[in-house]
Every structure is written in C-alpha cells, then in structure tokens.
Design a protein around this ligand. Structure first.
Ligand code: 5GP
Length: 129
C-alpha cells in the first residue's frame, strides 16, 4: 500500500485541498513553492501512462480545477505541472505555483509551519469549484 493510499484511507494525515469520489488533492509536505499540491487518483496505480485514456483524462480534468483554485489563492506567474513518481510509485500530478524556473526543479524547497499549511489548504479548498 502506498503512502498516498494511507492518506486516502485516513491512516496518515494530509493538508487536503480538494476531493471527489475518484481523486484527492493535498499539499506536498516538502514543497518547491508555497501551494505546491499533489493531485492523486484514489485507485492506486504506479505510472501515469499505465492509466486508461479515460482515467488519464479524468485526472487532468480534476487537476485543471485544482490549478484554477491555486491561481485564485496564490499570486504567481503561472501554475507549473509535472509528473515524476520516482519517490512515490502512486500516480500524482505536481501543481506548483511558479515564478522562476527553479520552482519546477525539485531542488529548492520552502518550509511552512503546521499552521501555515492548515491556513493555506483551507484557502485553496475555499476556492475549489
Ligand atoms: P515523486 O514521486 O513525484 O518524485 O515525488 C513525490 C512527492 O511526494 C515529493 O514532492 C514529496 O515531497 C511528496 N511526499 C512524499 N511523502 C509525502 C507525504 O507523506 N505527504 C505529502 N503530503 N507529500 C509527500
């Protein structure tokens, strides 16, 4: 069982920003930038291109809605999107509020307090439509 499945089942906590029956989105615990969010299908699958075309399209549609909520909440030049999965083998889309190229390079990290994570996740959730 992946660490993200444990978040989905509630075994592990997360700073959730959006959820429906098939997907969940929560803040990355080690963010590249403030608001860095992971969008995750609830059905555990390793690689994104192992998804069916339909499941992939649904993931992108859900990610689009989360990106819109991020744009409403966080001032940035644009929302960067990336899929890697080398650390956690459970499909996830990284959505990163981006101002400079290094925000998308997964080397420079920002730290947030528990209270900052909570307040940020609530703000993003309130802008999710
Ligand atoms: P990737 O698998 O795409 O290389 O990276 C996995 C991402 O998941 C990383 O950005 C890492 O910070 C994040 N991550 C790993 N474990 C957890 C966790 O337990 N909770 C949250 N919210 N994010 C995690």
């Amino acid at each position: 069982m992946s660490i993200f499945t444990k978040i989905i089942t509630g075994e592990l906590p997360s700073y959730k920003v959006a959820e429906d029956k098939d997907f969940i989105a929560f803040l990355d615990i080690n963010p590249n930038a403030k608001g860095h969010t992971l969008v995750v299908p609830k059905k555990e699958e390793n690689k994104i291109f192992d998804l069916s075309e339909e499941a992939y399209s649904k993931l992108m549609r859900f990610s689009y809605r989360v990106a819109k909520a991020l744009e409403e909440t966080i001032s940035c030049k644009r929302i960067g999107m990336s899929v890697i999965g080398l650390e956690v083998p459970h499909v996830h889309v990284h959505l990163v509020p981006t101002n400079v190229m290094s925000d998308m390079q997964f080397t420079h990290k920002v730290s947030l307090t528990h209270d900052e994570f909570i307040s940020l996740s609530k703000k993003i959730a309130s802008n999710f439509k």
